[in-house]
Design a protein around this ligand. Structure first.
Ligand SMILES: Nc1ncnc2c1ncn2[C@@H]1O[C@H](COP(=O)(O)OP(=O)(O)O)[C@@H](O)[C@H]1O
Ligand SMILES: [Mg+2]
Length: 365
């Protein structure tokens, strides 16, 4: 156990990661490639990341004593999911270099606070209004937003905690089901397609973005990501510039993902920010020299960022629920097969993914 943190974290040093899902697992694997050991802290006894981590702690995200012992055991700390209590990150940051910050986490884990932040820094989003069951907002404001999506402000993922609202009557039906959970009403965007920017910002303020993939969702769950997206190079540069402004505004250190709607007129609206590595960046494992996972570890360990250029085009497809049962067929095909080692297949559960690469194409003009 190191009594104090070594920073920049040298090879052989230990990165503490809160969360033990597939993102934590791929972070730990990427760490091993560059000589960094990962210590996974998860509240799930069978966390997929435990299988590949140098050290593991099984405990609650608010267990102060266990968290303090974990902090003493590592050189720097990060997280792989956004529902870690921001107070926990605040506490850990007093012990060890911890990134992204508690403030960046607090902003991005609440959809309303996040959208207000985006408006404040001049980044366009769809129109929205705060909503909760006790005071259902101004009826005229609500009407102007229809058709809309009602989302809980916190703890939603893969479309959980979201309802499509076409009429005020729909809204009145859904509101009681919210049971006073604070929510946000967002105008429906009739987008041409969705894309995202996965980017990193180092402690020195240097910013590096990967090319934006086009993302296809089914039932609100990411099905596939493809690079290049059908964006012009001007749109692609604009998307990266918006991600840079967000990273700057959050004084961010680490990898973040910015999800966009591309409108039929070619405009970019930010849908949401994920303060972590992201499913739509998994293709960087095969199509870039430095993956999003290694890039995140480099940023939070105080290392120079890696070069984010692509050497290939790529298509990543998620294996959701029973799709992973086809592993033998998939293993015979030419894609890179990733399985997350989850013991139980459940509908809607991300079990793995496949990435296929092809030679680089000329950029869109
Ligand atoms: N305002 C909206 N207009 C149109 N589609 C939306 C809107 N909000 C969400 N969606 C669709 O639902 C998906 C998931 O919503 P998102 O807000 O990103 O939540 P999650 O946290 O579950 O990823 C989006 O990627 C998009 O396909
Ligand atoms: Mg999303």
């Amino acid at each position: 156990m190191s009594p104090t943190s070594r920073y920049p974290v040298p090879p052989g040093g230990i990165i503490g990661i809160l969360g033990g899902g597939q993102l934590g697992r791929m972070l730990a694997l990427a760490g091993a490639n560059v000589g960094l050991k990962c210590h996974i802290y998860s509240d799930a006894a069978d966390a997929p990341a435990f299988d590949v981590a140098a050290e593991c702690t099984f405990g609650r995200y608010d267990d102060q004593r266990l968290l303090a012992a974990f902090a003493r055991n590592v050189d720097a700390i990060t997280f792989e999911f956004e529902n870690v209590p921001s107070g926990t990150i605040e506490m850990l940051a007093r012990e060890r270099p911890t990134h992204p910050s508690a403030l960046a986490l607090a902003i991005t884990q609440d959809r309303l606070v996040e959208k207000n932040f985006l408006s404040r820094i001049g980044v366009a989003t769809t129109a929205y209004a705060a909503l909760d069951a006790s005071k259902s907002g101004h009826p005229e404001v609500n009407r102007n937003l229809l058709p809309a999506v009602l989302k809980t402000r916190r703890f939603g993922y893969d479309g959980k905690g979201q309802w499509t609202i076409r009429t005020i009557a729909d809204l009145e039906l859904v509101l009681p089901r919210l049971k006073n959970v604070p929510a946000i009403l967002e105008r429906w965007v009739d987008f041409a397609f969705e894309c995202s920017v996965i980017a990193a910002r180092g402690g020195d303020g240097i910013f590096a973005a990967y090319d934006p993939p086009e993302n296809i969702h089914g039932e609100h769950i990411l099905r596939s990501s493809r690079v290049p997206a059908p964006l012009t190079s001007a749109q692609s540069q604009e998307a990266k510039a918006i991600a840079a402004r967000i990273a700057e505004g959050l004084d961010y250190v680490g990898v973040l993902a910015v999800e966009f709607f591309v409108t039929r007129e070619g405009g970019l609206l930010v849908n949401e920010i994920a303060p972590r590595v992201h499913n739509s960046g998994h293709w960087t494992l095969e199509a870039c020299l430095v993956s999003q996972f290694e890039q995140h570890l480099r940023a939070i360990a105080g290392w120079p960022l890696g070069y984010p250029a692509r050497h290939s085009n790529a298509v990543m497809e998620n294996l959701i629920g029973v799709e992973a049962e086809d592993w033998q067929t998939l293993a015979r095909q030419t894609g890179a097969l990733h399985l997350y080692g989850k013991r139980e297949i459940r509908p809607g559960r991300k079990m793995g993914h496949v990435t296929r690469i092809s030679p680089l194409s000329a950029p869109n003009e």
